[in-house]
Write a protein that binds this ligand. Structure first.
Ligand code: KIV
Length: 347
């Protein structure tokens, strides 16, 4: 998401006292299965025979032997990273996740590579989402629309190589759910077989519910996503809150029920009016995981780079930034450049 788009959409909270959605139906829920010569640099392409190479190595070790024995210069070592204590009630699969509803808040984060996948999992999340947000957070795109299956399979496989012991969900990129069901099935298959995902996420409500039902019947666990659908940003004209009027709130309700009935194991609620998200969480069986949708959801997910302060722009206003990696990284990189330029490194 570009700065402009992100800020314009997330900095204008709408009055949460908007009309509550009137449930259209309630009752029993239809459950679906669910280089060394001391200062004489040689040109790099000069041929060095084995003899001169070993002579130079010998000279070097003699030099070392004649060196006065002063205390070795201390190289500043980085502190060993303290590994967080393992969390024993992390969700390992979709059933564990669904069972957390009503017990404790579910927590999830995005990851796009092996390093972050490992760290996010070790922090104790219940699931990792390899989101198509990789496009805006790491790949330099303005929206998630250019992200394709090659990106998603590559990043999902990278996170899988970190061997996370929590649930790993991969996003279906823009357009994949709009082709034929066979096309959608093939893309979901690739995310699971080539990427190693445990489940897939699809943006959309009742419009994609039938296809989700068929995927679920095929054994593909699906995470729903309603409210703000970043893949539709061109159609909706920017990022904004959803559910501020009665009609939109009722639409969200209809979408949530459609996803529940299609067998989604959980549903993401992005940028939804707080009272609407709270009510939906109360009404549907699968956990409702919020992002910018208030505290009434069954759990929370954030884009990891946003909470770490690692980005080219500003994080959306609802994000709490827990670190400022931009600053830490800039400082370290500038120090390296300065030390090499001044001949201080290598010392
Ligand atoms: O792509 C993504 O990271 C997402 C989250 C914002 C839920 O869809």
């Amino acid at each position: 998401m570009s700065d402009e788009e992100a800020q314009s959409s997330h900095s204008q909270p709408v009055d949460p006292s908007a009309d509550k959605p009137k449930p259209k139906r309630r009752g029993p829920v239809r459950r679906k299965k669910l280089s060394t010569d001391g200062g004489n640099p040689q040109p790099r392409n000069q041929k060095t025979d084995t003899q001169s190479l070993s002579a130079s190595v010998k000279q070097d070790s003699e030099k070392k032997e004649n060196k006065p024995t002063t205390a070795p210069k201390q190289r500043r070592a980085s502190k060993p990273v303290e590994k967080p204590k393992p969390v024993d009630d992390q969700a390992r699969n979709v059933r564990d996740l669904a069972a957390l509803k009503g017990k404790r808040p579910i927590v999830a984060l995005t990851a796009y590579d092996a390093v972050m996948g490992r760290m996010v999992c070790d922090a104790g999340v219940d699931f990792i989402l390899v989101g198509d947000s990789v496009g805006t957070t790491l790949l330099g795109h303005k929206t998630t629309i250019p992200v394709d299956m090659i990106d998603m399979v590559r990043h999902t496989a990278a996170v899988r190589r970190a061997q996370p012991n929590c649930l790993l969900v991969a996003d279906l990129p823009f357009g994949e759910a709009s082709f034929s069901f066979d096309g959608l099935l093939e893309s979901a298959r690739r995310l699971m077989q080539e990427g190693g995902a445990d489940a897939v996420k699809i943006e959309g409500g009742r419009d994609v519910a039938d296809d989700i039902e068929k995927l679920v019947a095929t054994g593909i666990p699906v995470l729903g996503h309603i409210g703000l659908l970043p893949q539709t940003v061109k159609a909706i004209g920017g990022y904004r809150k959803f559910g501020s009027d009665r009609e939109e709130a009722e639409d969200l309700y209809t979408d949530a029920i459609a996803l529940e009935e299609a067998g989604c194991f959980a549903v993401i609620a992005e940028m939804m009016e707080e009272n609407v998200a709270k009510e939906l969480a109360r009404q549907i069986l699968p956990p409702l995981i919020g992002i910018g949708s208030g505290a009434g959801c069954d759990g929370q997910i954030l884009v990891t780079t946003d909470l770490l302060g690692y980005n080219l722009g500003k994080a959306p206003s609802f994000v709490k930034t827990y670190a400022n990696l931009n600053q830490v990284i800039s400082k370290a990189l500038s120090q390296f450049v300065s030390e090499v330029r001044k001949g201080e490194f290598p010392s």
